[in-house]
Design a protein around this ligand. Structure first.
Ligand code: SF4
Length: 292
């Protein structure tokens, strides 16, 4: 029996995989739009407790191929600590092929290229990374704590170490005033890095963080669904990745669900967006079924 510490978040793609909390909370916990770990203090879990949970889970699920290390940024762990966990996972799950984590630019910048290579060699094969936006103006307003250059450098460090990247971008994060800036600068990041999976979410603000968000972003005007679809269209139009990117816009927050592979499906995705924009609100998922 695993006593998870809640709230516990994992990427949708990890729904069928083993989850082990290597840390609690998020080591940064300061992004203006995010309330995920506001109720949790960041903590590195005791190694013996992690080993015990791996022992229990490996007995129940010996054929496990994939493990997700939670919580908010397990890549914040010191490299030698993380390698001990990765080695123990490998020893315990003999069919293990991939370990994944949420990671921030700060986490990646704090590790050397050699450290990232060793992590990759020990099965850390995928990171989930919130780009949110490529605009320095917006990054500052949402208190993301990094610049667009640091995001690019950190993503390139991960791919150079043979770690795949699943990135998220938040539609509407610049509001009405910075929509063009958001889309242009975010597309630049995708076009200048090697993101393997890309998802677009649609901004929603939980009640408990609204005041703080608007304090730092006092000229923010929330986009409606039509404006968000327009933003999505402009973003896809500007994407010219040189590598294959699996694209999804199927998060619980999205007004319209899309999926495809870029650059191959670009025109089809744009056709779907144009079709929905023409139909109007009836084409969108009702707000009652959505959440950020
Ligand atoms: S780094 Fe991620 S989990 Fe942490 S506060 Fe920012 S968005 Fe939330």
């Amino acid at each position: 029996m695993i006593n998870y510490s809640y709230p516990l978040y994992r990427p949708p793609a990890e729904a069928d995989n083993i989850i082990i909390q290597a840390t609690y909370g998020c080591s940064y916990n300061n992004c203006g739009f995010c309330s995920m770990y506001k109720s949790k203090k960041y903590q590195v879990r005791d190694m013996e407790d992690i080993y015990k949970e791996i022992d229990i889970l490996s007995l129940s699920f010996p054929n496990t191929h994939k493990v997700f290390l939670a919580d908010g940024d397990a890549l914040s762990l010191p490299t030698d600590y993380l390698i001990k966990i990765l080695k123990y996972l490998k020893k315990s799950f003999i069919k293990l092929r991939r370990v994944s984590v949420y990671a921030t630019a700060q986490n990646l910048l704090a590790k050397s290229d050699d450290e990232l290579k060793v992590l990759s060699e020990n099965n850390l094969k995928l990171i989930y990374f919130g780009i949110e936006t490529g605009s320095d103006i917006i990054l500052k307003k949402i208190t993301k704590g990094v610049t667009s250059d640091e995001i690019k450098i950190s993503l390139n460090k991960a791919s150079n170490a043979n770690i795949k990247i699943s990135a998220t971008v938040i539609l509407g994060i610049g509001g009405k005033n910075y929509s063009k800036e958001h889309i242009q600068k975010t597309a630049d990041i995708i076009n200048q890095t090697t993101v393997n999976y890309l998802s677009t979410l649609q901004l929603g603000l939980e009640e408990d963080i609204k005041r703080r968000f608007y304090r730092n972003f006092d000229d923010f005007i929330m986009l409606n669904d039509f404006q968000t679809i327009e933003e999505q269209k402009e973003f896809i139009e500007l994407l010219t990745p040189t590598n294959k990117v699996i694209f999804r816009s199927n998060h619980a927050s999205n007004a319209l669900h899309l999926s495809g592979t870029l650059p191959r499906d670009k025109n089809r995705l744009l056709d779907e967006l144009n079709y929905a924009a023409n139909i109007g609100q009836d084409a969108f998922i009702p707000k009652i079924f959505r959440g950020f």
